[in-house]
Write a protein that binds this ligand. Structure first.
Ligand code: C2E
Ligand code: MG
Ligand code: MG
Length: 761
């Protein structure tokens, strides 16, 4: 009760004291709070000053406080980005996310004593920033379980990039040491600088004479690289074309507006490139070898860091480029003949060995031409070595001009040349090339007013008949060359004499035939075709004959093939058509019963664009009744592609008749025949010969006739020599027959007699 016994004033005093205590406690708390605020602000300020970011993750709600410094590190303002853990999750590099979360887990659960990780986070401009994150956990007083994680972010990009730069540099040095191809190293150099400068794209161009060649640009689009490859450099050719031309650095801040890019910006702008800085790449002696280009997707000029790197990059690329050039030069020296630029002996050996080693069919045959200039020594002695050198260069050019890409043209030394011809059909083809060499080399030359006519001799060896390695082949070709020289020079000779004879014969035939066709020295004979039912002559087949004063009569099988090979089949056919049609018109005019005139047409000519107009003009010129003209073609044209369909249709529109000659010996499908509107099938003598002795052949003929009839074709059987054959064909229902049984091919006058007498067989 003592308390109660306190007097009122005492009590008032006590209350006042308590109020004062409370007030001072409150003030102390306020001061402490203010102090706390001040220190946090100082911390934040300190963080901002240190360029660090602060974050505070509430583990119960997943809300995260990201400080302004944190945001600006990634290019964002204070009021951007949600205060949630998802913000971090979307910005962290996908490859780093799980590693960081696992570290958080280990730290929170106590497995790790501290938390420190490195990760990449996406900057607002799209590039990644390297970040080191440290944090500590906080628990509230009631629980030991942490409810917050507070940490910092520090931008360590610079250090990281330096580390990566060092690693890449070491890799490039290793590639140089190992002799890695230049193009691969160029790519690595581009990556090196692109990693150091986010958003940068690099290119290296090589200068080949005045032409820019693509070297490496792994991050530039292929279409752009292809467009630049092959451009000539010049004073206004973009940045790199200009820098290689002037030998000085060219900075283009804005591709869109810079006049140097006027002609080229169309290639760059669609791919986003907006600025381009180019440094010439130079050799140790200062020669411009190419250019190093740096591109950004926004207009800019280089800062000091970029500018230094442009110098360094061009220097590094220069080391590689120079090494590459030297290697190519050494290879050229070994593989190229310096005077003429042709392949060297070493290159010929290598190439021939490669051809021999090839596992394909092409290697089954190839030919070696050993070419030696006639009397070259006297050129050197009388006109001097300079003229001699000029002549050798001229010969080299001439040989190149007649060779194909697959041929290897080499100079073996002195006045000796060699052509290795891969993929060549036969000795006649080889002889043709040899003849072309003789012809082209013997064209006159004019050096400083001194005109003369070089000639050469050629020895030919063939793989594998004359040798199975280059050494043996060269020896054989050399032997043949001596034979050619012995025979009087300015000629070719095969290692095996019979090939030379064959080729010479063939050439003579070709020349005579050309003359015969041009001068209309061929004749036509006509072989009657008989209606099997009544024995009357219903048509004749015109057949060419060639009787040469030296060669004697030459088989049409032979000269037709030759005419095709030497490109004379068109004038030959034109002459046959005109002569045959005139003859048919003459018979009609003489009042003989009208008969069909069959003319053979080579498939190549039949499919030629000129063929339809030719037939039209011959019909017009000769007054031939179109339905009296029958064109015989072999089965090779029986195809239903557009061209063949068109030609068959056009010919039918003209009204002429069509026959498939030698039917059954080639390849044709009945399905195609159905579409081609053919009037006659001519069954070849090959079947007729056997039909009485071989049941199968007889059956085959029966089927061909039946199928032909079903498809609305009439049948002509050729090569009928016996009455038994005729009887059998009559039973089969064959309409027409042609053969020695009735008549051999005869001259027009004899046919006239047969028609006049109205002979019936
Ligand atoms: P082809 O068109 O099949 O002509 C039929 C060939 O068989 C002719 O040979 C003819 O004389 C021969 N022959 C006909 N009946 C008999 C027979 O009963 N017994 C024997 N043993 N042979 C017979 P030819 O005149 O030697 O013509 C051969 C080939 O040359 C022709 O075969 C034809 O494809 C071609 N030909 C002839 N002249 C020309 C022409 O002017 N132009 C074209 N492109 N080729 C022609
Ligand atoms: Mg024929
Ligand atoms: Mg035939």
């Amino acid at each position: 009760m003592g308390e109660l016994s306190k007097s009122k004033p005492e009590l008032y005093e006590e209350i006042r004291q308590l109020r004062d205590e409370l007030a001072s406690a409150h003030q102390a708390k306020e001061e402490r709070t203010a102090e706390l605020y001040r220190s946090e602000e100082r911390f934040a300020l300190a963080m901002r000053g240190a360029n660090d970011g602060l974050w505070d993750w509430d583990l119960t709600t997943d809300e995260v406080y990201y400080s302004p410094g944190w945001k600006s590190m990634l290019g964002y303002c204070e009021n951007e980005l949600e205060s949630h853990i998802d913000t971090w999750a979307t910005l962290v590099h996908p490859d780093d996310k799980d590693v960081v979360l696992a570290n958080v887990q280990d730290y929170l659960s106590g497995v790790n004593k501290s938390f420190e990780v490195e990760m990449r986070m996406r900057h607002k401009d799209g590039n990644y920033v390297f970040i080191r994150s440290r944090a500590f956990k906080v628990s509230n007083s009631t629980s030991s379980k942490p409810n917050r994680l507070i940490g910092t972010h520090v931008d360590i990009s610079l250090r990281k990039r330096t580390e990566l730069y060092d690693e890449r540099n070491a890799k490039i040095l290793e590639m140089i040491a190992k002799g890695t191809p230049a193009s691969e190293i160029y790519d690595e150099i581009a990556y090196l600088y692109e990693e150091r400068h986010p958003g940068l794209r690099c290119s290296m161009l090589e200068l080949d004479g005045n032409v820019l060649r693509h070297g490496g640009a792994p991050s530039l689009p292929q279409a752009y690289c292809e467009a630049v490859d092959g451009l000539n450099n010049g004073p206004d050719v973009g940045s790199c074309g200009t820098s290689t031309y002037t030998g000085h650095r060219v900075i283009v801040e804005n591709i869109e507006t810079d006049p140097k890019w006027a002609d080229l910006k169309g290639y760059a702008l669609p791919h986003g490139m907006r600025c381009c800085w180019s440094e010439p790449i130079k050799s140790s002696s200062g020669k411009v070898l190419g250019a190093f280009g740096m591109y950004y997707d926004h207009p800019a000029v280089p800062n000091e860091f970029e500018s230094n790197d442009l110098t360094l990059a061009a220097r590094l690329a220069g080391i590689i480029m120079e090494r590459d050039h030297n290697q190519k030069r050494i290879k050229n020296l070994a593989y190229k003949d310096e005077l003429t630029g042709l392949s060297s002996r070493a290159h010929l050996f290598l190439s021939v060995q490669n051809i021999i080693d090839l596992p394909t069919q092409d290697t089954e045959r190839f030919s070696l031409l050993y070419i030696d200039l006639d009397n070259f020594k006297s050129v050197n002695d009388s006109l001097g070595h300079d003229i001699g050198d000029l002549l050798l260069k001229e010969i080299a050019q001439r040989l190149l001009s007649i060779s194909r890409d697959v041929d290897i043209v080499a100079r073996l030394g002195g006045d000796e040349f060699c052509i290795a011809m891969n993929d060549i059909e036969d000795s006649i083809d080889t002889a043709h090339v040899a003849q072309r060499c003789l012809d082209i080399i013997s064209e006159p030359v004019d050096f400083f007013g001194r005109k003369f006519r070089p000639t050469c001799s050629i020895g030919i060896a063939r793989y594998p008949d004359d040798g199975t390695d280059l050494q043996a082949l060269l020896k054989a070709a050399d032997t043949a060359l001596y034979a050619a020289k012995d025979l009087g020079k300015y000629r070719y000779a095969f290692y095996k004499e019979e090939f030379t004879n064959n080729a010479e014969y063939q050439f003579r035939v070709e020349q005579y035939l050309r003359e015969a066709i041009e001068n209309h020295q061929l004749n036509l004979v006509y072989q009657p075709q008989i209606d099997i039912q009544n024995g009357e002559i219903t048509g004749v087949e015109a057949l060419s004959r060639w009787n040469h004063s030296v060669l004697g009569p030459v088989s049409p099988l032979e000269f037709i093939a030759t005419a095709e090979r030497i490109g004379m089949i068109k004038p030959l056919t034109e002459w046959v058509l005109k002569t045959a049609c005139r003859q048919a018109v003459a018979w009609r005019k003489a009042g003989y019963p009208s008969i069909r005139m069959a003319v053979n047409i080579s498939p190549s000519h039949f499919l030629d664009d000129d063929f339809i107009p030719l037939i039209q003009s011959i019909l017009d010129e000769t007054g031939m009744v179109p339905t009296d003209l029958e064109l015989e073609v072999t089965e090779s044209v029986v195809h239903t592609d557009q061209k063949n369909l068109f030609i068959f249709r056009k010919l039918k529109e003209l009204g002429v008749l069509l026959a498939i000659d030698d039917f059954g010996t080639g390849y044709s499908s009945f399905a195609s025949l159905k579409h081609l509107n053919v009037d006659y099938l001519k069954i070849d003598k090959y079947f007729i010969d056997d039909m009485l002795d071989d049941k199968k052949t007889e059956l085959l003929i029966g089927s061909m006739i039946e199928m032909g009839h079903n498809l609305n074709h009439e049948i002509i059987a050729e090569g009928i020599e016996t009455a038994e054959q005729l009887a059998r064909l009559r039973e089969f229902g064959c309409e027409t027959a042609q053969g020695f049984l009735f008549s051999r091919p005869v001259i027009a006058e004899e046919v006239s007699d047969l028609l006049k007498q109205h002979v019936v067989y």
